[in-house]
Structure formats: C-alpha cells, structure tokens
Design a binder for this molecule. Structure first.
Ligand SMILES: [Zn+2]
Ligand SMILES: [Zn+2]
Length: 432
C-alpha cells in the first residue's frame, strides 16, 4: 500500500535529513545495516592531509621516452637534411611536430618565458631537439628564408596557425640570437619584425592569445578542500570543423591517437584534470597550483599510484606544464586521459605526449597527486520496512564524482503504511 500524500511529518523528516532527499518509496527484502546512530551529515571524510608544501621542492620522477617516440617527434630522414633551406623550412613548417607543439600548450602565450598570473614560467620546447630544425638554424640562408615564409603567412588559409608557427619559431633563443645579430640589417627582416610587434600588440586586446584565439579573464575557481582560488579564462571562439579535422589528422599521424573528446579551445588540461572532468567545461585554467596545494590533495609515490590519481608533467623549471588523469592501470601499464591544450582529450601512455610536455629531450618528469573530497551523500535509493525508512548513502567525491562506502541509514517512519511520498519505483519491485 502506498500513499501519495505529502504530510507535514514527511516535510519534517525531509528537513531533518538536510533537505537532500527526493523520496522514492519502494520495499525491498535485502538485509540492511542498522546505522541509526550514524546520522547523515555532510562531514568531510578527507583522506590525508596535504603533505606537499609550496616551499618543498617537488622533484618528480623522470621517465625516459622510448626511442621510437623520440624518433617520431624529433627524427627526420637523412635525405631531408640535404634539402635546400627553403624546402627544409617547408618540411619543418608542415611537420606534425610544429603544429602539435603550438596546439598543445596550456600556458598564456606561445612566446617563451611568458609569466602566468600565478607566477609560474612556461618553458618553450627547444626546437633544436628536432633534427630538421637543428639543421635549419645552421644554414646561412635560414633568416632570409624565414622572412620569405613570413611574407606568405597572411595568405595561409589557416592564418592563425601560420602566425603561431612563426611566433613559436621566433621565440626560440637560437632564432632570437640570429635576429639580434642582424641589427646591421644584412638581412631584410621587416616582416619578421612586424610579426614580433603584432604579437606584443595583440596581448593588449585580450588577456592573452593562443593560436589566434583570444582569452579573457572569466573569474576565479576554487579548490575543493581549502578553497584556494585561481583565475580562469574563457575563449572568444572555437575551432571550425576544418581545423578540427586538421588537428585530428596531425595528432593521429604523430601519436596514433584518436580523440576521446573532440578538439576545443574552451578548456585545457589543468581544467580537465583538476577542476572538472566533464563535457561542457568552459574554463581555461593556466595554473593548477591552487589544486596541487589544496588540503585534500596529497602527493603519491609512483609505486602507490592508482586510478583517478592525477599526473602532472613538470617542465625544465619544475613548473606544471601538463596535467592528466590516471585512467587505467593494466599489468603495470598506466594509461593517462588528458586534454592537450587546444586539441582534444586522449587516452595515451605516459610518454606518448607532445614534446612541450617533456622535461628534456629524453624524457618527462612527472608527479602524482591524490585529490579527492568525499562527503557523505544520499545515493538515490530508499525503502520502507517496519517502523523505519532506509536511505542509501555513499561517500561521494565532489571532484571525480566517485562513490564509495555505500550504507543504509535508518530513520524512524510512522509506517506501515509509509507516510513518505514516492517519486519512482524500480520495475522489479513493483508490488508487494
Ligand atoms: Zn575523487
Ligand atoms: Zn517509510
């Protein structure tokens, strides 16, 4: 027998339970644990206190990238190295290496050494790791050929990437030096100089630009435990379908990966891993330190890593360059799920990543964190038996939404019949 009458008593009971309950009356025969003494509360069940201090040096674990991946990222066929400078530049210009490098950045600018609002310094990938680029900068006619390339860049159908590629090349210390040494004007570098100036000007129209996409300050997001705040930014536009397929083809050719979620400018790796792992994310978060140093976040050793831990890739300054989620561990092989800058979300081995997540030309430096914030929460099921109503509770993580420690909480109920209304009844439990 069921009654759909919402009585004053049931309102009182619901209020006592913290107003979280949508009553769903259904009977079930299962044994249940009597947990009357355990009143449902929002008490925090934090796992460990944070043992990572901002002042402690986070050194990370170095993992060597397999030769095969190094060859894919940095190697070129011998005959390419013998091409004339113009063709060699075309080769490098069109290489998956260059596009993957600029598209997978999560920091403010493509330019080297740009300071983020939280003070961490982004490090530009050293392009001389790439054999084609290492050969290019040795060529006497490199600068004139780069100037020629710059003069065609505005005709490029994907202008944003053309300019980004130029900016990335121009930010290489080796290239800066070449241009610096050209003060006497031996080479006409007017277009290159204009690109450098344009880049400086564009920075004033939005908080920062990344591959032609403007990012404006959006507000502050807060970490789960300590409420540490950090700035987020919102993108002024997203990729066209043409650009998305260009990115997909490039990532596939270089890394053999298809996206789990399609490339978007809207959110980045730190946002995906630390703040919100879901679709509809609109927050670009340049710096994950607010989360790394949260009270409910702790560093874990590589030997104790498990699923849903977070991996951070450190750059040569030991600043966080990239974040991802430890998605699965099978026979000791760890698969990471991470968002690559303005491209997609991928499932990948730790070392199968763009060169700008590398620590040096041989490998990556990673640190693992456990970041969960569990609260006891109603888990969507309840039933009536005897003089009691039983509610299913679980410890639910506000970060990853994982639920654990399911248990029934008994609350006195003036039944039978049960006075609580019900919203839905599981089919298998239709009638008693
Ligand atoms: Zn969690
Ligand atoms: Zn009841």
């Amino acid at each position: 027998m069921r009654y759909r009458v919402l009585t004053a008593i049931s309102i009182l009971v619901i209020a006592l339970l913290g107003g979280r309950l949508l009553a769903q009356g259904w009977e079930q025969e299962n044994n249940h644990v009597n947990e009357t003494e355990k009143a449902p509360t929002d008490s925090v069940i934090s796992e460990q206190k944070c043992d990572t201090d901002r002042d402690n040096d986070v050194k990370g674990t170095f993992i060597t990238v397999p030769d095969e991946q190094l060859e894919k990222n940095f190697g070129v066929p011998e005959e390419v190295l013998r091409l004339d400078t113009s063709k060699l530049l075309d080769y490098f210009w069109n290489s998956p290496f260059l596009l993957c490098d600029i598209i997978s950045r999560s920091s403010f600018e493509v330019n080297s050494g740009s300071i983020t609002d939280s003070g961490s310094v982004s490090v530009t990938t050293d392009y001389s790791w790439n054999k084609a680029f290492a050969e290019l900068i040795k060529r006497e006619d490199f600068l004139p050929e780069l100037e020629k390339k710059a003069r065609t860049v505005y005709e490029d159908t994907e202008m944003a990437f053309g300019i980004s590629k130029l900016q990335a090349i121009l930010s290489q210390p080796t290239v800066k030096e070449l241009i610096g040494n050209n003060r006497s004007g031996d080479t006409d570098c007017r277009m290159l100089e204009r690109i450098i100036e344009d880049d400086a000007q564009s920075s004033s129209r939005a908080a920062f630009y990344l591959n032609g996409i403007g990012y404006n300050w959006g507000g502050t997001v807060y970490s789960a435990g300590s409420n540490n705040g950090t700035s987020y930014y919102t993108a002024d536009s997203d990729w066209s379908s043409t650009t998305i397929s260009n990115i997909n083809n490039t990532i596939f050719s270089q890394y053999g990966l298809n996206p789990i979620y399609t490339p978007t400018t809207k959110y980045n790796c730190h946002s995906y891993a630390w703040y919100r792992s879901h679709n509809g994310n609109m927050k670009w978060i340049p710096n994950p330190d607010a989360f790394r140093y949260d009270s409910v976040c702790s560093e874990v050793t590589p030997s104790t890593v498990h699923e849903k831990d977070i991996i951070v890739y450190l750059n040569a300054n030991y600043s966080p360059e990239h974040s991802g989620v430890v998605w699965s561990i099978t026979d000791g092989n760890i698969t990471i799920r991470s968002k690559w800058g303005q491209s997609g979300v991928y499932d990948h081995p730790i070392t199968n990543v763009p060169a700008n997540y590398y620590f040096n030309s041989n490998g990556v430096m990673v640190v693992y964190y456990r970041y969960h914030d569990y609260h006891s929460q109603y888990a969507g099921q309840e039933y009536h038996s005897g003089n009691s109503h039983y509610y299913l509770y679980a410890d639910t993580c506000s970060v990853c939404l994982n639920q654990t420690n399911f248990h029934w909480v008994e609350v006195p109920c003036s039944g039978p019949p049960c006075i609580l209304p019900y919203m839905s009844i599981p089919a298998e439990d239709e009638e008693q």
